[in-house]
Design a protein around this ligand. Structure first.
Ligand SMILES: Cc1cc2nc3c(=O)[nH]c(=O)nc-3n(C[C@H](O)[C@H](O)[C@H](O)COP(=O)(O)OP(=O)(O)OC[C@H]3O[C@@H](n4cnc5c(N)ncnc54)[C@H](O)[C@@H]3O)c2cc1C
Length: 476
């Protein structure tokens, strides 16, 4: 049974009877998915049917790209195959009308639906979806499941946290209690008659119908889906974990796990990653946190460093977007940051660039251009370079508002792990001091932390990095 703390009942009415619909959205996996498992438990409690929906918002939804949808489709193909084995249909729904226009109802929720299960997603579109649901369908019980976080976001903290230091002790105190093994998905026998009608999905046809920005194409160095995610994790744990603490910030070394595209699209859960980390290393969760006991080098230091990123930092991002509805705007920055940015709004800028110039990597700074091109070409900018990249956007645009808008848009368009909390908080940290503190005053930045090229130089040869990503992207 799914831990009840991971579930919130949004409507007053309880489920009593009828088909249960699970609205899959950002958790594109059939295994280790608490939202799916909860929906199945609910349906089985009454011997009722279970159907999984995936909705495609087919009007260039938030600038969606081929890179995004090719990943989604590859992931869903695998989900469909696994669900089929368990007699659970996956239904792809095209929302061609602007769903969020006033008075639009959510399609494909028949009156005999017994309950709808959604995932916890602290982003604008999901909030709107919930509002529309409550306005038009609130007689059908709605349940929300946190299938993303190790510790449910509403349980980890009841407020917006200031910084990693304020959430860390909460994560350390609670994580051990939330590392239960997942239940197994079972065959859904109540779906027997649905199963006979289940035609395989014509994925080519689905892909052809999708309206998206085809100029941002998929990449070939990494492949979507649950199986690929587990392979990537196994590779990381056996080949890269030992050096993670030492090499993750080296700009010319592939020292990070490269799990973020999988985590972001829900191909693997962070809880599964932590469970596998502890299983394969034989380390207990208590000592896994303790960098002193673990030593700062080698595998044990790396375990602490990886949990810091994969749980503490990642759940801090979820916390921010959950409690701060302006997570992607200047208005969401802390008061001290808004004040200092405002005071320096009219400072002279030596360089200013348009969105297009930035997108094409056409600035005077070859290092910045290389980082931009790494993102455009590979769909994954090195983690360390992301900070430098976003801070320079603040320095080279007319206002912090433009900087935030441009950084978020570029990140969402090109990063395989974009369109999610990590990107919004990463940009807000770099540009708006979110989860950071005031530093020394400088032009344009005020007391927002500055990052100089000399800082990057300490992380590897800049020329080597530039050489790798020097060729310009094919942009229209
Ligand atoms: C400007 C900027 C933009 C960013 N955009 C994104 C984004 O769009 N999507 C995204 O997932 N992350 C983003 N990050 C955070 C971080 O850079 C990436 O999570 C990391 O580089 C992903 O690579 P990895 O999985 O190989 O990382 P690893 O170092 O192997 O980390 C493992 C996992 O830990 C989590 N993690 C690592 N670093 C952070 C961090 N600083 N904050 C939150 N979680 C973290 C991620 O889930 C990551 O997959 C951004 C950071 C900045 C400064």
């Amino acid at each position: 049974m799914v831990n009840p703390v991971r579930v919130q009942k949004i409507t007053e009415k309880d489920y009593s009877n009828g088909t249960v619909i699970y609205e899959m959205c950002r958790e594109l996996r059939a295994h280790d998915n608490d939202a799916l498992l909860f929906a199945q438990d609910l349906a089985k409690s009454n011997g009722c049917k279970l159907v999984v929906h995936y909705r495609i918002y087919n009007y260039l939804w938030q600038g969606a790209t081929a890179r995004f949808y090719d990943w989604v489709i590859a992931s869903l193909k695998e989900v469909e195959a696994t669900l089929r084995v368990h007699a659970i249909p996956l239904v792809i729904i095209f929302e061609d009308n602007k769903l969020y226009a006033r008075d639009t109802k959510i399609s494909h929720i028949p009156h005999d639906t017994g309950a709808v299960v959604i995932e916890e997603i602290p982003l604008h579109f999901a909030r709107k979806w919930k509002d529309i649901y409550l306005a038009h369908h609130n007689t059908i019980p709605l349940y929300e499941v946190d299938a993303r976080n190790c510790i449910p976001v509403w349980e980890l903290s009841h407020k917006q946290e200031f910084a990693a230091r304020t959430i860390r002790s909460k994560v350390h105190a609670k994580l051990g209690g939330y590392l239960e093994e997942y239940d197994k998905l079972t065959t859904h026998t109540a779906n027997a008659d649905l199963l006979t009608k289940m035609q395989p999905i014509d994925w080519n046809d689905i892909r052809k119908k999708i309206i998206c920005d085809e100029s941002v194409a998929e990449v070939d160095w990494i492949h979507a889906g649950e199986k690929a995610a587990h392979k990537q994790l196994t590779h990381f744990l056996s080949e890269k974990l030992q050096e993670y603490d030492e090499s993750r910030n080296s700009i010319n070394i592939d020292g990070q796990s490269n799990l973020s595209p999988y985590i972001s699209h829900g191909n693997i859960s962070r809880r599964r990653i932590v469970l596998e980390l502890l299983r394969t290393t034989g380390v207990e969760i208590r000592s896994a946190f303790d960098p002193v006991q673990n030593g700062s080098n080698g595998k044990l230091g790396s375990i602490a460093a990886f949990i810091e990123e994969c749980v503490v930092r990642a759940e801090l991002c979820e916390n921010f977007c959950y409690y701060n509805h302006a997570y992607d705007k200047v208005t969401g920055f802390p008061a001290w940051a808004k004040e200092t940015l405002d005071a320096h709004k009219h400072d002279a800028r030596e360089y200013t660039y348009t969105y297009k110039q930035l997108e094409k990597g056409e600035t005077h700074d070859r290092l910045w251009n290389a980082a931009q091109l790494q993102m455009v070409q590979t769909g994954k900018m090195h983690g360390y370079m992301r900070m430098y990249w976003a801070k320079k956007i603040l320095e080279w645009t007319k206002s912090p508002e433009d900087a935030m808008k441009f950084a978020v848009k570029l990140n969402d368009t090109y990063e395989l792990d974009g369109r999610d909390v990590g990107g919004y908080v990463g940009c807000a940290w770099s540009i708006g001091g979110v989860h950071d503190r005031p530093w020394f005053t400088r032009p344009i930045f005020g007391t927002i932390r500055y990052m100089a090229v000399s800082g990057v130089e300490k992380r590897g040869s800049i020329e080597e990095y530039i050489t790798k990503f020097a060729s310009p992207p094919k942009l229209v």
